[in-house]
Design a protein around this ligand. Structure first.
Ligand SMILES: Cc1cc2nc3c(=O)[nH]c(=O)nc-3n(C[C@H](O)[C@H](O)[C@H](O)COP(=O)(O)O)c2cc1C
Length: 281
C-alpha cells in the first residue's frame, strides 16, 4: 500500500488500541497505529473499561483515558520505533483549534520519528448534541494537514455509519487526507448481569462489527468521487478476514480486538498475508 511517500510492506497493521503490546514479530507488520493521544492527558478507564460482550466482541466503555502527546513522544515512540515499521500517531481533539494544536506539537517534536498521523474524528461537541459532519471532518483534516505540511501522511478514521460515511470521507478528501480508515467503534450499550447495575455505554468492536465495517469499506470503494486508499478496520481474526476486506476495496487492514483477545495475532496474520495484494475494483 502506498501512502504518499511511504510504502507499507504488508497489508496487516496494528490498529489504535493499546500501549501494552506483545511486540513479537512486529517487524513483519505494515504499520503500527498508536493508541489515541490528546494534547492534555484525559483521566478515565483503561483495561477495567473493556468488556467482552459476545464471542470475539468487545465493548470499550465511554470515557476511556487518553495519554498526552508529550508522554507519547518521550515514552512510547522510542519503544514503538524499535520494530522498524512506520508508526502513525492517532490524535484527537474536541474542536478544530485542538486539532491544530496537537498537530503543531507533533510537527515540532516528532516529525522525524513518525510516518504520519491518524485523525480520530470525534463528534464536534457532544454536549450540545452535535453530530459529526462533513464540514467538521474537512476542517479538522485541513487543520492537521496545514500543520504537518504537504508531505505527511494523514489518515482519517471514520465512524461505522454506512449511510453517512461517503459524505464524511469526501470531507476528509477535500481537507487533504492521504487515506481513510473504516471504521472506528460502533456506539453500543452493555447491560451487566447484575440487574441493579447501570447500563454501560461504549463502543463495540470485533466480530460483531465486521459486517458493518465491511459495508463501510465497500461504500467508500465504490464511490467514484473517493480516490483515497482505505484501511479496513473491524473484526479481523483470520487471513480470510483480511482477504474479505481486500475484496471489498481496502488496501490494508488494522487489527485491535484480535490483538487484545489474542496477543500476537497481528504478527501471525502478517506472516500469512504478506503476499496478498488489494483486488482491483
Ligand atoms: C481495547 C481497544 C482500545 C481502542 N482504542 C482506540 C484508540 O485509542 N483510538 C482509536 O482510534 N480507536 C481505538 N479503538 C478502536 C480500534 O482501533 C478499531 O477501530 C476498532 O476496535 C475496530 O477494530 P477491531 O474490531 O479489530 O477491534 C480501540 C479498540 C479497542 C478494542
Amino acid at each position: 500500500m502506498q501512502l504518499g511517500k511511504i510504502t507499507l510492506q504488508n497489508p496487516v497493521c496494528l490498529a489504535a488500541a493499546s500501549w501494552q503490546l506483545d511486540g513479537t514479530g512486529y517487524e513483519r507488520l505494515g504499520a503500527i497505529f498508536t493508541r489515541t493521544v490528546t494534547m492534555e492527558p484525559k483521566p478515565g478507564l483503561y483495561e477495567e473499561g473493556i468488556w467482552q460482550v459476545a464471542d470475539q466482541t468487545l465493548l470499550n466503555a465511554t470515557h476511556m483515558r487518553t495519554e498526552s502527546a508529550e508522554i507519547l513522544v518521550q515514552e512510547h515512540l522510542p519503544t514503538l520505533r524499535r520494530h522498524g515499521v512506520p508508526v502513525f500517531v492517532s490524535i484527537t481533539a474536541p474542536g478544530i483549534p485542538g486539532f491544530r494544536k496537537i498537530a503543531r506539537f507533533l510537527a515540532r517534536e516528532a516529525a522525524e520519528l513518525i510516518a504520519g498521523v491518524e485523525v480520530y474524528m470525534a463528534q464536534p461537541d457532544t454536549e450540545k448534541g452535535e453530530e459529526l459532519n462533513a464540514k467538521f471532518v474537512r476542517e479538522a483534516t485541513q487543520a492537521v494537514r496545514n500543520e504537518l505540511g504537504p508531505e505527511a501522511a494523514v489518515i482519517v478514521k471514520l465512524p461505522p455509519w454506512p449511510e453517512h460515511i461517503r459524505g464524511l470521507a469526501l470531507g476528509a478528501q477535500e481537507g487533504g487526507a492521504t487515506a481513510l480508515a473504516a471504521t472506528n467503534l460502533l456506539k453500543a450499550l452493555h447491560l451487566p448481569d447484575d440487574a441493579t447495575a447501570a447500563p454501560i455505554a461504549g463502543g463495540l468492536s470485533g466480530e460483531a462489527l465486521r459486517p458493518v465495517a465491511l459495508r463501510c469499506v465497500w461504500e467508500l470503494a465504490h464511490d467514484a468521487r473517493i480516490t483515497l486508499p482505505i484501511f479496513g478496520t473491524g473484526g479481523v481474526f483470520t487471513a480470510s478476514h483480511v482477504t474479505d476486506y481486500l475484496r471489498c476495496g481496502a488496501s490494508a487492514v488494522q487489527i485491535a480486538s484480535g490483538e487484545w483477545l489474542e496477543p500476537g495475532i497481528s504478527a501471525r496474520l502478517a506472516a500469512e498475508c504478506g503476499h496478498l495484494v488489494p483486488a482491483s475494483l
